[in-house]
Ligand binder design. Structure first.
Ligand SMILES: CC(C)(COP(=O)(O)OP(=O)(O)OC[C@H]1O[C@@H](n2cnc3c(N)ncnc32)[C@H](O)[C@@H]1OP(=O)(O)O)[C@@H](O)C(=O)NCCC(=O)NCCS
Length: 300
């Protein structure tokens, strides 16, 4: 076992050990994420714990000093997220230590994550490679102008029976099957599907998260379809806090988000270790589905 992944170590002057994240008090995890000003609610932590795996760093008197989680998709890929160390202990090596444990657990998989500015140096030192920017757009939503449905398209609310079709679309966009995640999200979300010639060609889900609601994932083959499936959520949440995480920098989808009152609040960096995660820009076919909005930074 390397020094990076030893089971206990001193962080500053606190003797700290690693514990399974499922074994710790969720209120303490919630307090940890609040200490770095993250918006996650207790329920958001619960959702992540139910779906993924992780570790927490705990001191001798049971205080949680850090966390790291991973979310395997199939046998070959995982995302990493919820990497946090308590502000009073940052820059003491705890981030490296937690990541050493997380990387041991996902050894052999290609990895993806969305790095905050604070964490970029940590991930670069672990050989993660930058791939793209994610724009966190949020704010008090304003009622967007009406949009015309794209030619030949109709929209309706998502139904439980749509799981297979939306998972197939998502898999083409994301690169890996996420049926299990989408099934859990469906149970917690309202969704919209866009249908053309009897086939689902775009969809969006919207759920409670953090300070309000988040729209994601959104998968579509073009801006007009993506706008058509996001518009009903923006209308429903006008006047309330709404968030969308997107890699769309310009273009009509990004413009539409600003017209919904959702300016860019922060930018994080998509990084990968192993095979590249995202399609090479320009290689995506005109009519192939793409991810217009992420589920979250953590889940991709
Ligand atoms: C990102 C975070 C987990 C890093 O944890 P940490 O315990 O400070 O990490 P470490 O002490 O192991 O340091 C990791 C690297 O970052 C560098 N670093 C740490 N704090 C830094 C700071 N304030 N400014 C610049 N570099 C810093 C360290 O020098 C180290 O670099 P090195 O490996 O080249 O020596 C922590 O800052 C944090 O919880 N931030 C808020 C939540 C967050 O953004 N999480 C990341 C989600 S993707």
């Amino acid at each position: 076992m390397s020094a990076l992944t030893s089971e206990s170590r001193f962080v500053d002057s606190f003797e700290t050990r690693i514990a399974d994240i499922d074994s710790v008090d969720i209120d303490k995890l919630h307090a940890l994420s609040m200490s770095v000003a993250w918006p996650h609610r207790r329920e958001d932590w619960q959702f992540l714990r139910d779906f993924g795996q992780g570790i927490a760093a705990i001191d001798e008197i049971g205080r949680i000093l850090g966390s790291a989680m991973w979310f395997p998709y199939g046998g070959r890929f995982a995302t990493i997220g919820m990497v946090i160390t308590s502000p009073r202990l940052q820059a003491n090596g705890a981030g490296q230590w937690l990541m050493g444990h997380a990387l041991d657990q996902v050894a052999g998989r290609n990895l993806g994550l969305n790095a905050t500015r604070a964490a970029r140096r940590l991930y670069l030192s672990l050989n993660f490679v930058r791939e793209a920017s994610v724009f966190q757009c949020h704010g008090e939503a304003i009622l967007p102008p009406d949009v015309e449905l794209p030619p030949g398209a109709a929209i309706r609310a998502v139904e439980a029976d749509d799981l297979e079709a939306i998972a197939a679309l998502d898999s083409l966009a994301f690169g890996t099957d996420r049926t299990l995640l989408l099934a859990r999200l469906l149970a917690n979300s309202k969704g919209v599907v866009l249908i053309r010639a009897g086939r689902i060609e775009a969809f969006s889900l919207c759920r409670r998260f953090g300070r309000g609601h988040v729209i994601g994932p959104v998968v579509a083959s073009n801006d007009a379809d993506a706008i058509a499936v996001v518009h009903p959520h923006a209308v429903e949440h006008a006047g309330a806090f709404l968030r969308v995480d997107t890699r769309e920098k310009g273009g009509t989808f990004a413009d539409f988000l600003s017209r919904c009152g959702l300016p860019i609040y922060d930018i994080v960096t998509t990084m990968s270790l192993g095979d590249p995660w995202l399609p090479v820009p320009g290689r995506r076919g005109m009519h192939e589905p793409k991810t217009y909005a992420l589920v979250s930074h953590t889940l991709g």
